[in-house]
Design a protein around this ligand. Sequence first.
Ligand code: KG4
Ligand code: ZN
Length: 337
Amino acid sequence: MVSDDSLLILGIETSCDETAVGIVENGARSLSSVVASQVDLHARFGGVVPEVASRAHVSLINAVIAEALVEGGVDFCDLDAVAACSGPGLSGSLIVGSAAAKAIALATGLPYVGVNHLEGHIYAAFLDDPSLEPPIAALLVSGGHTLVVAMEAHGSYRVLGQTVDDAAGEAFDKVARFLGLGYPGGPAIDQLAARGDPEAIPFPRPMLKEGYDFSFSGLKTSVINYVSRNPDVEIADVAASFQDAVVDVAITKLLRGALEVGAPTVVIGGGVAANSRLRTRLLDEAESVGIEAFLPSRELCTDNGAMIAAAASWRLRADGPTPLDAGVSSSWSLASL
Ligand code: KG4
Ligand code: ZN
C-alpha cells in the first residue's frame, strides 16, 4: 500500500543505452542503484544503435532488477510502487523498461508510474540533497538533450530554452570521434582537456548573448575546420578549447535563467553534467553572482534508475498511478507536464 509517510519505489531507466534500476525511499534516499552500461556494445559503431540497444535491454533487464533488489535488501512485497521512464528516448528501448515495470505491477498489484526522463534528471539532485526547494533553475545536458528549465514548484516546469540542433553531449561525441578519441566522447575529451590550454583556440560561443537557446552544430564544424587547417595542433588544446566553449555557453545561460526567474539555486543533470570543467567553473561563477550551485554526484548525473524512482515519488503523490495501457513517447516534452 502507498502510505503518506513512507514510499518505497523501484525505478527502471532504459531510455537509451543504460539498463538501470534503482530503489528509492521517499524520493530522497537511494537504497540501491544498478547500472548495466551498453557502451562496449555500441562503441564499435561510434554511437548508440537503437535496435542493438533494445535487444540488449531485453537480455539485461531481469538480472538488473534482481541485482537492485538484492543490493537494496528489498523484496517486491516491500515496495509501494514500480516506475519506469516512458519518454523521451528511443521507443524500442523505452518499451522494454516500461513493459518490465508494468509486468511487475500486474503481477504484484503495485501501482505503476510512467516518468519523464528529463524530470528524472532534475530529481536526481534531490537524492543528493533532499533539502533542495524550488524555485530552481536546471541545466539538463546529455547525449540527446540540452535545455535550461525553471522548476517553479515540484512537478511544474518552464522550459526557458533548448538546443536548436545538436545536444551538448552529441557535440562532445562528434568532436571526439573526429579527434579519434572513441565513444563515448565526453569522458575522453574531459580527460584530455585537463592537459590542454582552454584559451589556446578561440572557438565560437554560439548564441551566447541571445536568450536561452543553444546551437552546437556550428561549434563542432569550427573544430573540424580548425584541425583540418592546422594538422599539427596540440590535440589536448583543441579538447580544452572546445570544452570551454560549451561550458561558457552552458553556464552563462543557466545563471542568466536563474537570475531572471529569481531562483536562488541551480542544479545540473544529464551525462555532460559529469564534466569536470563545467562543475568547477559553475561552482565559482554561481558563487560570484550570489547563487548556490548544486552538483549531484557524477553517478547521479548520468542515466540511472534511482532518478526515475525519485521523480516517481512526486508524480505518484501528485497524479496517482499511471494507467497500465499508457504508452511510451519518444518526444515527451517536459513543458507538457
Ligand atoms: O544522460 P546520459 O548518460 O544519456 C543520455 O540521456 O544521453 O548522457 C550521455 C552523454 C554522452 O554524450 C557523453 O559523451 C556525455 O553524456 N558525457 C560527458 C561526460 N560524461 C558523459 N560529456 C562531457 N564530459 C563528461 N565527463
Ligand atoms: Zn539522460
